[in-house]
Design a protein around this ligand. Structure first.
Ligand SMILES: [Zn+2]
Length: 91
């Protein structure tokens, strides 16, 4: 029982090192994946591109082919419009 505890304590440093390495690895993976897909991306029925829609006359359009998005639920549409408005303010 005592030896087992000692072993865990002794190996503790090694395990912590690996965990830290894995954490960095996962963090790097997350960071490289995130920019590929915007938070409020919508898949276009016409050109199959998944991007953040653009706002034109209070209508959400696909920025790639200007196809009007008709398959967005009302609550999500409000969120997207808010995100676009926020993005425009940052620019
Ligand atoms: Zn499109």
């Amino acid at each position: 029982m005592l030896n087992l505890t000692m072993c865990i304590v002794d190996c503790g440093n090694v395990i912590t090192g690996i965990t830290y390495f894995l954490k960095v690895q996962l963090k790097t993976l997350n960071q490289t994946r995130k920019p590929a897909k915007p938070a409020y991306s919508v898949r276009c029925d016409k050109c199959k591109q998944e991007t953040l829609p653009k706002l034109d006359n209070n209508t959400l359009l696909c920025p790639c082919c200007n196809n009007k998005h008709t398959n967005i639920s009302k609550p999500f549409e409000i969120l997207i419009k808010a995100a676009i408005a926020k993005g425009n303010q940052d620019l």
